[in-house]
Design a protein around this ligand. Structure first.
Ligand SMILES: N[C@@H](CCC[C@H](N)C(=O)O)C(=O)O
Length: 281
């Protein structure tokens, strides 16, 4: 058995594993323990998770560094996760008593700042260039019809197909998202993110995530994608806006073209999980 923690960032929930613990098959570990009916359990029974964050803390650096690897419920590895990086920063801050942490991800090194109410992560510059998203074509995709949606494709560390609709709740996301997520124009697939204007400002959000293969309660790269696309197509000019997924509000800010993501993080519980079965999978 190994010690693990469970965290969530606005409802996007993760099992957090210190990378020092021996887990021979991270893929098998994630598939088994993220399962919503048979996976990791808290006091009230099985919770499962949207992914496993394997975190290698390097406390000797100033600020401390964390190498973050997100393995998703289907066993795939994602190059970035906005909410996961915020949870990783909170985990590292608990262990180092430092409020600034550098998170190393396959998408780049991102600075995180941990406050009492909120954790902020720098998210880099959203990119529309087809080589970055990536897209299987030479031109950016900006407000184009695709599988019944009007889609803009953007890379915020991972690919998002963003569509603005009148009311995110009026869309059957589980029905419309898979065709976009697997469309041949996205050679590595895409997360499918819907947005609609909120009466109090900012945008409501729903995201169907690649790797989860379903809707999550929040998606940080998706929130940044909405803000970046809204600015690109002229829906807003603001440098700071609220994006509201079902799990709680997130703030996206821009300094120039560089985005940051802020919102609450919750440490749910600690427990032990079997890693032995994973070694033989
Ligand atoms: N929930 C995450 C995004 C995780 C990665 C995504 N599922 C992918 O495979 O691209 C977030 O908060 O950004």
């Amino acid at each position: 058995m190994i010690d693990v923690s469970k965290y969530h960032g606005t409802g996007n929930d993760f099992i957090v594993v210190d990378a020092d613990h021996p887990v021979a098959s991270r893929r098998r570990f994630a598939i088994d323990h993220c399962d919503r009916t048979d996976g990791i359990s808290g006091a009230t029974g099985p919770t499962g998770a949207d992914g496993v964050l394997f975190l290698a803390l390097e406390p000797a650096f100033d600020p401390p560094r964390v190498i973050m690897t997100l393995v998703q419920p289907d066993g795939s590895v994602a190059s970035m996760c906005g909410n996961g990086a915020r949870c990783a920063a909170a985990w590292a801050a608990d262990r180092t008593d430092r409020d600034e942490v550098m998170i190393d991800t396959p998408a780049g090194t991102r600075r995180a700042t941990v406050g009492d109410e909120s954790v902020t992560i720098e998210m880099g510059t959203p990119r529309f260039d087809p080589a970055f998203v990536p897209l299987a074509r030479d031109d950016p995709m900006v407000e184009e019809p695709l599988c019944g949606l009007t889609v803009t494709a953007v890379d915020t560390g991972v690919p998002h197909a963003v569509a603005f609709v009148d009311d995110v709740d009026a869309v059957d996301l589980a029905a419309v998202a898979p065709d976009v997520r697997h469309h041949e124009v996205f050679p590595e697939g895409a997360n499918v993110t819907l947005a609609s204007a909120h009466p109090d400002g900012g945008f409501r959000q729903r995201t169907f995530e690649r790797g989860v293969e379903g809707e999550t309660r929040s998606c940080g790269t998706g929130a940044v994608a909405i803000a970046a696309v809204a600015r690109r197509v002229g829906r807003v000019e603001d440098d700071r806006l609220t994006v509201r997924p079902p799990g709680g509000d997130l703030t996206v800010s821009f300094e120039g073209e560089v985005a940051s993501l802020s919102g609450p993080v919750v440490h749910e519980f600690d427990t032990e999980l079997s890693a032995a079965h994973a070694r033989h999978a």
